[in-house]
Design a protein around this ligand. Structure first.
Ligand SMILES: C[S@@+](CC[C@H](N)C(=O)[O-])C[C@H]1O[C@@H](n2cnc3c(N)ncnc32)[C@H](O)[C@@H]1O
Length: 320
């Protein structure tokens, strides 16, 4: 624990579980001093920093006196309605639960995809000692500790990777519309393809391996067996042909290779939106992380459903 100083002005960054070292690396690279730390939550002064490995950013945390449970709940309610507690400090979990019981109930209902309505904002707080709260009314994620829990499908998707695409598209607040053209790389066995076809998109799905037969048979799915890196702009969306609405990829490959491919698509101007997972084997390759983050219009995020990989999202700037 590093005790947050009085009068702190800055943000809190909640590392994804098991990826604390990656967040610490990013904060150090940005020369951001960690002036408070509780569990996986790091506080650094100044405006919000562009870090990829934070699962939730506490945008405006402040210390509040909370001499009693009732006073803590009252102070939080005075700021806004929805709150979620982070409970890393030993010995304070029970007290925190009693505070939470006095706050409006936060729905634990599983999320649907695509979402029927926007999720209401959620503030975050923690007790740092018996009488002090740190509370952030604004957070980057509307989900408890940045964790969205979706209703799962036992039949349909042939792999659990579909949850990663559910999350990415929910966080972006956009998803393919019926009839939109989508190019998918590394599609087998077809979890993402199932998501895209279910949305009514027109999906060209590349993989060396086959799709699950029931996904292959879904309307709008065109499987191409072979090297996905052959799907270059001059072949898939040459001038004169309609541009692609979406390029998505969950392909397993060296990050440099994916970077070169994505760069060619961005520079071609023939695609509107890109969502790809950048997978690391062993150490995180920071030069590639920086290169992806440097595309104007890029977002690089570690989603809850990501393992040792980041989700890169990009939208053609004139579409943004
Ligand atoms: C993690 S899996 C994709 C899972 C998929 N997103 C799903 O939801 O079921 C990665 C896929 O990349 C494919 N792959 C790797 N390199 C490839 C290449 N050069 N061309 C085509 N497919 C490739 C593998 O065959 C594998 O099926």
């Amino acid at each position: 624990v590093i005790v947050l100083p009085q009068g702190f002005e800055g943000c809190g960054y909640l590392a994804a579980e098991g990826f604390e070292a990656q967040l610490e690396h990013e904060l150090a690279a940005l020369e951001a001093p960690v002036v408070g730390k509780y569990g996986r939550l790091y506080f650094a002064p100044g405006p919000e920093l562009p870090v990829a490995w934070a699962q939730n950013v506490w945008k405006n945390p402040r210390r509040l006196a909370a001499p009693s449970i009732g006073a803590a709940a009252k102070a939080l309610r005075a700021l806004q309605r929805g709150w979620w507690p982070y409970m890393p400090v030993e010995g304070l979990a029970r007290r925190t639960k009693l505070v939470q019981e006095e706050l409006p109930h936060v729905s634990a209902k599983e999320l649907e995809f695509p979402p029927a309505q926007t999720v209401p904002p959620l503030g975050a707080y923690l007790l740092i000692d018996q009488g002090t709260l740190v509370a952030s009314p604004a957070c980057s994620s509307a989900f408890p500790d940045g964790v969205p829990r979706f209703r799962e499908f036992k039949e349909g998707p042939p792999s659990r990777a579909y949850l990663k695409l559910f999350e990415a598209l929910t966080v972006l607040g956009r998803w393919p519309q019926p009839g939109e053209r989508v190019l998918e790389l590394g599609a087998a066995p077809g979890g993402w393809t199932w998501v895209l076809a279910r949305l009514g998109a027109d999906v060209t799905a590349y993989d060396r391996a086959p799709l699950a037969p029931h996904v292959d048979a879904m309307p709008g799915v065109h499987a191409v067996k072979g090297d996905a890196f052959a799907a270059r702009p001059d072949r898939v969306a040459p001038p004169g042909a309609p541009p692609l609405a979406w390029l998505v990829s969950d392909i397993i490959c060296y990050p440099e290779k994916l970077y070169g491919f994505v760069k060619e698509w961005i520079e071609s101007g023939r695609v509107e939106t890109i969502v790809v997972t950048v997978k690391f084997q062993g150490e995180t390759q920071w030069s590639i992380v920086q290169a992806f983050a440097a595309f104007p219009g890029a977002r690089l995020m570690h989603l809850f459903h990501n393992k040792h990989e980041l989700t890169f999202a990009w939208r053609r700037p004139d579409e943004a």
